[in-house]
Design a protein around this ligand. Structure first.
Ligand code: TGC
Ligand code: FAD
Length: 384
């Protein structure tokens, strides 16, 4: 799906990365992803598989197990993973942008050496705890507390809707301390008072586990605190990286829906003709290809700005918001092109559509990203 010859802007290495991730998805994910989603099960050993193909921390230095790649490469990896399923991209983006990135950016040398190589190989699964039962769009109002206790601290509170919580080995958690500063804490599974109940009965992201992080007076030593961050800039800077990846990932889901609908419309006959020959179906397909192309250009330009360290959080918000909304619209239209066949698991569209209902909410809702753009262009804060 390269209507505007955007691939001419990529290097041979970028094309190779894109093709190798696509090959992994076709061989290792697509054959069984519908069963895993239907059964609400994760792909077995997914994180280790993602580590093997270099999809974890690709933009981090090789010294710590990263790939030493640029932001375009990261975007393309996310695009190809979400061509398979949003749950696969979610696993990689949480691990890379929300767990490895804060440890790399704000961690001590000891923390980086201890955790990053294991996370890069997928031997450790990480999760990121910001959202709470009573504070989603407004995480700065969080109730989770880190209070001094002897030489260390006690962590109490809970986080909700956390990707990979039930299977995580470590969690990067954000809490307020006695000085009202926001602190980042690396919590390890097995610490007394730390539990991770699963959230059941989801209709979306069914091949991904979601859950809570519950802290009942968990003892935290000073070595578990990220030393180089003490404000909301910490968690919000991680979101910039993850939202950027989602802006690319959503394109992958949209491309799969579009290509599935195009093929079906060319093959399916009604009234003695291929349904692709009817103007109403052509309108749907032509609009899909137009919107995907616009999203690709937005993502490509954002990658270039990110490579130059010039992308602003508001530019990232615009791309996340636009591209996820685009993908959801494409999925809804593509589902209609398939008629009744669009609702069964033999085709990927309904699965993508249900996944995208989460993607449009997490990492900042569609509304919140609009308000970020509104604030950026007018100078007025309309959040509160
Ligand atoms: P505000 O007062 O505007 O700012 C506080 C401080 O933070 C700075 N800042 C940022 N820094 C870096 N990147 C950003 N994107 C930043 N946005 C703000 C800001 O400059 C300020 O710094 P300073 O030095 O002046 O203190 O912040 P606020 O509390 O009013 O919040 C603004 C708002 C609403 C935009 C923010 O809270 C927000 O983005 N809310 C949405 C919450 C969200 O996105 N949660 C995501 C949870 S993680 C998740 O969903 C993972 S899903 C993963 C998956 O499975 O793929
Ligand atoms: P709320 O904030 O309660 O919002 C409800 C509605 O009100 C939304 O439509 C919102 O747009 C609107 N709204 C809120 N404030 C305003 C306002 N000021 N003006 C206008 N409208 C407003 N979080 C993590 O920390 N880590 C994770 O790994 C993670 N994974 C997730 C995985 C899944 C599958 C899902 C669904 C969520 C995940 N989240 C995670 C949580 C996600 O980030 C939050 O759901 C999201 O930030 C929105 O918070 P909320 O659900 O509490 O909605």
């Amino acid at each position: 799906m390269d209507y505007y010859q955007i691939e001419e802007l990529w290097s041979a290495e970028h094309l190779l990365i894109r093709d190798s991730v696509r090959a992994f998805i076709k061989k290792d994910i697509l054959p069984d992803i519908d069963s895993y989603a239907q059964d609400h099960q994760e792909v077995p050993q997914l994180m280790k598989k993602l580590g093997t193909i270099g999809a974890l921390g690709p933009f981090l230095p090789e010294t710590y197990g990263g790939g030493g790649l640029d932001q375009l490469a990261y975007g393309l990896i996310m695009q190809e993973l979400e061509y398979g399923d949003s749950a696969i991209r979610s696993a990689a983006s949480v691990q890379s942008s929300l767990v490895m990135f804060p440890i790399f950016q704000y961690g001590s040398e000891e923390q980086k050496r201890k955790y990053l190589p294991l996370l890069a190989k997928g031997e450790y699964i990480g999760s990121f705890g910001l959202t709470e039962p009573n504070h989603g769009s407004d995480p700065a109002a969080m109730d989770t507390r880190l209070l001094v206790d002897g030489d260390g601290y006690r962590l109490s509170g809970s986080k909700m809707w956390i990707t990979n919580a039930p299977s995580c080995d470590i969690a990067v958690v954000w809490a307020r301390d006695e000085a009202h500063k926001i602190r980042g804490i690396i919590v390890e599974r097995g610490m007394e008072g730390f539990s991770t109940p699963e959230t059941l009965h989801k209709w979306s992201l069914r091949a991904s586990k979601t859950g809570e992080l519950v802290f009942d007076q968990v003892y935290i030593s000073k070595e578990q605190i990220l030393p180089a961050v003490q404000s909301m800039k910490g968690p919000l800077s991680c979101l910039n990286s993850a939202r950027y990846g989602i802006a690319w990932g959503a394109i992958g889901a949209a491309v799969d829906c579009y290509q599935t609908a195009l093929k079906y419309a060319q093959e399916r006959k009604q009234f003695g003709k291929a349904i692709a020959s009817f103007q109403l179906q052509q309108k749907k397909l032509a609009e899909m290809v137009t919107e995907i192309t616009k999203a690709q250009l937005l993502a490509w330009r954002l990658a270039m700005l990110k490579n130059e360290n010039k992308a602003t959080p508001a530019q990232i918000s615009m791309a996340k918001r636009n591209n996820v909304h685009m993908a959801l619209q494409v999925a809804r239209e593509a589902r209609q092109v398939l008629g009744a066949m669009g609702i069964v698991g033999d085709y990927s569209i309904m699965r993508h559509m249900m996944n995208l209902e989460s993607v449009i909410t997490y990492e900042g809702t569609h509304d919140i990203h609009l308000l970020i753009t509104g604030q950026d262009i007018t100078g007025f804060n309309a959040f509160n």
